[in-house]
Design a protein around this ligand. Structure first.
Ligand SMILES: [Zn+2]
Length: 498
């Protein structure tokens, strides 16, 4: 009877592998064997393919057909190669000419009724196909716009298996003729710092965090969310490489509606989200909120309301810049290097309440849930609702200029190191390669001796002092920079208590 081959793409984490799909039909009972899929995926895949073909008006081939995938698909099969398996099978059986599927990539999950469902991760998959030298890619129509973002692709949008079979029998798959207009890239200043009145300390803290990559704690009842939403707009724009990586993560998470662009992302999960939604799922190969914040901002509003495993679990990605998920013999890593902004009201009472009966002890317990996280946060500031009489505030564009200048200064100093932002410099290098002036060191050491700052906190203060020096355009942190870092450390409570 016949032989046919085509190609598809499988994902492990964000890593895409182009796979060969080969089919062979020999005379015999009408049977379908799938080789190279994870054991648990074979039965459901066979059921989808069989139903989709039968519901597409094509008779089931009267042959014994083997479809094999090489290399073997990773432990998680997300059904994205269904369409490739089906067209290979039909070509081997003589329903469509094998030469019309060779050298093409087919992506799409089959529905039982023969429809072709959208899949997650189209962006990294299509990028892998182009890297492998394959430009013609069939993708579910709902994913066509996303696929077209990859330079060098010829996208063939498909909606139903019946249409695919019909087009391939009579010629080739239709290209996407009229490309839908790209959505306009989001403006970094869609929300502007000029909208936030008063809150000078918090605005200053936000600028310092943007310039140095430090994490931020906003304390009190005030416009914390407004400030957090405005942080991406004052961060330096993403490089092309970082923008591509951010887009691929969002694609894999099924959030391809994020407008493409160079503004760093903001991920703001609600406190009711599950740990899986926050950290990601190894079984579903789906990144979570911490990875959607990669290269951008993770904002936890009303942070003490989050589940304890979420709060404590954030320390790992904060320390390593990635999240490692493992389970059921599977393991995956997603990038998760973000600037954390967390805020907390004084107590659990609903926002805006004038007076409440919470004891100091109850307030302390409420905040104590954040202790582990706050040990990694060097910058704190109070927030409060303004009286509406405040003078017009400085715009995001004005602040962004200072932030960029400070970043350039830091990157220049760190040019022969692996780090680019002050927040990344290890404590040992702060002591040896990047010392502050003696008076500044003395001030911070006395803060440790008096117990105001923990020994662990000292390097965090030194990093902030460097950022303050960079914002001033100075070559090295002076006494004032150390004092400024100490003020930011004390933040809302004035005494450094958390
Ligand atoms: Zn209260």
């Amino acid at each position: 009877m016949g032989y046919a081959s085509t190609r598809s793409v499988a994902l492990t984490g964000l890593t895409a592998h182009v796979i060969d799909v080969e089919a062979e039909a020999v005379p015999g009972d009408a049977e379908l064997h799938l080789v190279g899929l994870p054991e648990s995926s074979v039965w459901p895949a066979r059921a989808r393919i069989r139903a989709a073909i039968l519901n597409s008006g094509t008779a089931w081939p009267d042959a014994r057909i083997t479809v094999s995938v090489t290399p073997i698909i990773p432990p998680v099969y997300d059904a994205a190669a269904d369409l490739a398996l089906a067209v290979a099978l039909l070509a081997a059986a003589g329903v469509i000419p094998p030469k019309r599927i060779a050298g093409r990539v087919f992506l799409g999950e089959l529905a039982l009724d023969g429809g072709i469902r959208p899949i997650r991760g189209v962006l990294p998959m299509v990028a892998a196909a182009v890297r492998a030298g394959i430009s013609r890619v069939a993708v579910p129509a709902d994913c066509a716009r996303e696929a077209a973002q990859v330079p060098g692709t010829v996208v063939m949008p498909v909606t139903r298996l019946a249409d695919v079979v019909d087009q391939l029998r009579h010629g080739t798959l239709r290209d996407q003729h009229d490309r839908e207009p790209e959505p306009a890239p989001s403006s970094p200043f869609a929300v502007d710092l000029a909208d936030v009145s008063g809150n000078q300390a918090a605005r200053h803290a936000l600028e310092v965090c943007a310039a140095g990559g430090h994490h931020l704690f906003l304390s009190g009842d005030g416009p914390a969310t407004m400030l957090a939403e405005r942080l991406p707009g004052i961060l330096p724009p993403l490089t092309d490489k970082a923008a591509r990586q951010v887009a691929e993560i969002h694609s894999l998470a099924g959030q391809s509606d994020r407008a493409p662009g160079i503004t760093p992302p903001l991920s703001a999960p609600h406190h009711t989200e599950t740990p899986t939604a926050i950290f990601g799922s190894v079984a579903g190969n789906r990144p979570g909120a911490v990875s959607l914040a990669h290269r951008g901002v993770l904002h936890l509003a009303d942070a003490p309301e989050f589940a304890r495993p979420v709060l404590d679990g954030l320390c790992r990605p904060m320390d390593s810049g990635q999240i490692h998920l493992a389970g059921q013999g599977r393991s995956v890593r997603y990038p998760a290097r973000f600037t954390l902004v967390l805020d907390a009201r004084p107590c659990q009472c609903p926002a805006g309440r004038e007076e409440c009966g919470c004891t100091p002890e109850a307030r302390r317990r409420y905040r104590a849930r954040l202790a582990l996280l706050l040990s990694r946060v060097a910058v704190r500031a109070p927030v409060e609702w303004g009286d509406g009489q405040a003078r017009a505030s400085e715009s995001s564009a004005a602040v962004a200029v200072r932030v960029l200048a400070a970043r350039v200064r830091a990157a220049h100093r760190l040019a022969d190191t692996p780090w680019r932002r002050n927040a990344e410099v290890p404590a040992s290098d702060l002591r040896t390669r990047f010392p502050v002036v003696p008076e500044a060191a003395e001030l911070l050491r006395s803060a440790v001796n008096t117990g105001l700052v923990t020994a662990d906190g000292l390097p965090r203060l030194l990093r902030v002092a460097w950022t303050l020096a960079d914002l001033r355009g100075a070559d090295r942190p002076q006494l004032d920079d150390a004092a400024g870092a100490l003020e930011l450390w004390k933040g809302a409570n004035g005494d450094g208590t958390r």
